[in-house]
Design a protein around this ligand. Structure first.
Ligand SMILES: CCCCC/C=C\C/C=C\CCC/C=C/C(=O)SCCNC(=O)CCNC(=O)[C@H](O)C(C)(C)COP(=O)(O)OP(=O)(O)OC[C@H]1O[C@@H](n2cnc3c(N)ncnc32)[C@H](O)[C@@H]1OP(=O)(O)O
Length: 281
């Protein structure tokens, strides 16, 4: 079927208790018995967040939000070793201002839905999670990361010659505190799971094959609290950050477009992409 946004969706029933819907880059399995949906990103090779993935992400969350049977979402990746490589750099390179604006609006839209969700959101971080990948994780209520020292998480934007916007910075500050955020963002630091746990960037580090089962167990604990009380509390905690972006949304888009269109920034991104490609070959 075609959603109002023009995104193709496939629907399926696995059993009486499980429903599945799938787009090109997002698949969702909803368990009606538990009220938990598992939402997986599936955009090989590295789940980089392009315009289409961000749009599908927002639509999938919106569907779950209005589904009375769904109380919680576990966000994870279908790609081994990678949670998400963050924003798709090719969306920010060599395109025109209209495209940059559309892309940034889609990112804002996805974030407002994820960070502002009434559902319990748990990030099951089963691989590396730099920059925009870290934003996804930090926007959830709880983070569980796989214990593998090859995986990293953090807001490394400055390493690419770009800057984490204020709303990335705000939720990082709320998670790990001002001093740690200042150092972490200025240096563009990426943390191993153990170090991320030490600074409170993730809440738990567990064996790789226990990430999803731990997420389900944590979800059950959060479900033990009455939904209305938890939701009002979440909204009270998160409303200032949400309002700040909503109020400055157009200015934020303008700022992004003018920043990313600079020749010097385009050059930095190109060099970074070339470095990534060389590393891979
Ligand atoms: C006062 C002024 C204020 C101004 C502020 C205003 C606005 C703010 C402006 C900008 C804000 C932008 C915010 C940006 C957020 C981001 O998320 S940027 C993306 C950052 N991401 C990264 O740095 C991650 C880069 N990737 C990696 O480190 C690795 O790929 C990996 C994820 C660790 C996986 O490693 P590995 O498994 O070894 O895979 P490869 O490195 O070989 O990669 C496979 C292919 O994928 C391509 N690729 C990787 N990441 C990306 C990406 N993010 N986008 C696009 N493509 C990516 C990589 O090039 C390989 O391609 P080929 O197979 O070689 O073709």
């Amino acid at each position: 079927t075609l959603s109002p946004y023009g995104v193709h969706q496939k629907h399926g029933q696995i059993s009486n208790q499980r429903r599945q819907f799938s787009n090109t880059y997002i698949s969702v399995e909803m368990d009606d018995a538990t009220g938990v949906a598992v939402m997986k990103m599936k955009r090989p090779p590295v789940n980089s967040l392009n315009l289409e993935l961000l749009t599908e992400f927002a639509i999938s969350l919106e569907k779950l939000e209005i589904d009375r049977g769904c109380r919680g979402v576990i966000l994870t990746s279908a790609i081994p070793k990678i949670f998400s490589a963050g924003l798709d750099i090719t969306e920010m390179c060599g395109k025109n201002a209209d495209h940059y604006g559309e892309f940034w609006r889609a990112l804002q839209e996805m974030w407002l839905k994820l960070y502002g969700s009434n559902m319990v959101t748990i990030a099951a971080i089963n691989g590396s999670s730099p920059a925009g990948g870290c934003l996804l994780a930090v926007s959830c209520d709880y983070r569980i990361m796989a214990d593998n020292k090859k995986y990293t998480i953090g807001l490394n934007e400055t390493q690419l010659g770009i800057v984490a916007p204020f709303w990335f910075k705000d939720i990082m500050t709320d998670t790990i505190g001002h001093r740690a955020t200042e150092r972490s963002l200025e240096l563009g630091m990426l943390y191993s799971p153990t170090d991320a746990l030490k600074i409170g960037l993730v809440d738990e580090v567990v064996a790789e094959d226990k990430v999803l089962s731990t997420a389900s167990a944590v979800m059950a604990q959060w479900f033990a609290v009455p939904d209305h009380a938890r939701q009002l509390t979440k909204s009270m905690m998160r409303k200032p950050n949400l309002d700040r972006l909503v109020t400055h949304r157009e200015a934020d888009i303008k700022n992004f477009v003018s920043f990313i269109s600079r020749d010097s920034i385009q050059k930095s991104l190109q060099i970074y992409m070339e470095m990534l490609k060389k590393k891979g070959s």
